[in-house]
Ligand binder design. Structure first.
Ligand code: SF4
Length: 376
């Protein structure tokens, strides 16, 4: 998206299938999950760590396909994939200030070294297997497509390792795997990762009429965690996923209802979920719910009439807004004019997202993720 003017409506298309990686998202907010599945352009900046995660995932794919055979290959792939992400970010008025990733991603070098170690771990088994000329009792298949017979649920498992005891489904993760703050000796793998792996197990069963012997998730540090599973639970999760798909498609295809009503039926606004949603600017139910529950801890967003805009001595902009339905003005300072195209024009009404609270009530300042849209 090159404009700072919001699209009039968000395009919402019925879904062909539900994938294991989307399942948790559908449980959180169907509208957000549909927009992600439809690949609708994000309306707020994507975190730079997520861009680096995309680059790392591509490196893992290339490595597991045999496209990286040593450290030099790794360095080249790292440079290429990071540049690819940075080129995309440079095209976005919301994200170009996060380039280079080396500066905007915390622990960039640590992540690079962890990725290198993971790639080395991937390379070693390939070498040892070829050295023993097929005498190994394991065989690894990458990016294996699994689906139900009707294709309504399906997705690519990162890898399936065949052993003498049966197949192991493996998922590689570039983000965090363990729940923070767990106090038991056994680390707790995030619930959404467990659900994802259990759905892969059910899809595997629906394709091959047998169950995998093990489900594993492997992090960037090479640490592997086993996910315990129960066959009945996996089957019922798959049934649930197919039911969700049928429900949302019937809402989307119901022409008797208005666009606004469709959004209401699909959305589940809450501070915890909406805070991390990049579709807030186009989400009517989000703004309506903020009105209903004004006291709770919503993201620092505001929309209203611009009553004043001035450039301060430091070259940054201070904007004063009369928020919709309120009597107190809100001030936002420290806005970089080169980051916010909307400030270079005279729009009457704007919406501002992801501000940072200042010391005084109703006063905010620009943060790295602050984004402004015109609503005129
Ligand atoms: S802003 Fe909230 S309610 Fe709207 S799509 Fe995103 S998560 Fe769902």
């Amino acid at each position: 998206m090159t404009s700072c003017i919001l699209p009039a409506i968000l395009s919402i298309e019925p879904l062909k299938r539900i994938t294991p990686s989307q399942f948790s998202a559908f449980n959180e907010c169907k509208l957000k999950a549909i927009l992600q599945s439809n690949r609708t352009d994000a309306l707020l900046p994507i975190h730079p760590s997520a861009h680096l995660g995309t680059a790392i995932h591509k490196i893992f794919e290339k490595s597991s396909g045999g496209g990286i055979t040593g450290d030099d290959d790794f360095k080249l792939a790292w440079a290429n994939y990071v540049q690819e992400e940075e080129a995309k970010m440079n095209l976005s008025w919301m994200e170009k200030h996060f380039v280079p990733l080396e500066r905007s991603v915390q622990n960039y070098e640590v992540k690079k070294q962890q990725c290198l170690l993971s790639v080395r771990n991937m390379i070693l088994p390939q070498l040892s297997h070829s050295e023993v000329k097929g005498e190994s009792h394991t065989r690894k298949s990458e990016e294996v497509w699994l689906q139900t017979p009707d294709g309504k649920a399906g997705g690519y498992a990162d890898a399936i390792i065949s052993t003498d005891f049966g197949d192991v489904i493996v998922d590689y993760k570039t983000g965090s795997i363990i729940e923070s703050g767990h106090d038991s000796s056994e680390p707790d793998v995030h619930e959404n990762i467990q659900l994802q792996l259990k759905l892969y197990a059910a899809l595997y069963n629906s394709m091959y009429a047998k169950w995998p012997v093990s489900l594993r998730v492997i992090g960037m540090d090479g640490e592997s965690y086993e996910i315990q599973f129960d066959e009945d639970e996996c089957s019922s999760l798959l049934g649930e996923a197919c039911q969700i798909l049928a429900e949302i498609n019937s809402i989307i295809m119901n022409n008797a209802e208005s666009y606004d009503m469709m959004l209401k039926r699909l959305a589940s606004p809450s501070p915890q979920i909406c805070r991390f949603c990049s579709y807030r600017p186009g989400c009517l139910p989000y703004w309506e719910q903020r009105e209903v529950e004004q006291e709770i801890d919503w993201p620092y967003d505001v929309k209203g009439i611009v009553v004043d805009k001035k450039r301060l001595g430091n070259g940054l902009i201070l904007i004063t807004i009369m928020p919709d339905g309120q009597s107190n003005v809100v001030k936002v300072r420290g806005l970089h004019p080169n980051r916010h195209p909307v400030l270079n024009n005279s729009y009457d009404k704007v919406s501002i997202y992801s501000m940072i609270a200042d010391n005084v009530s109703d006063n905010y300042k620009e943060g790295l993720f602050t984004t402004i849209y015109s609503m005129s």
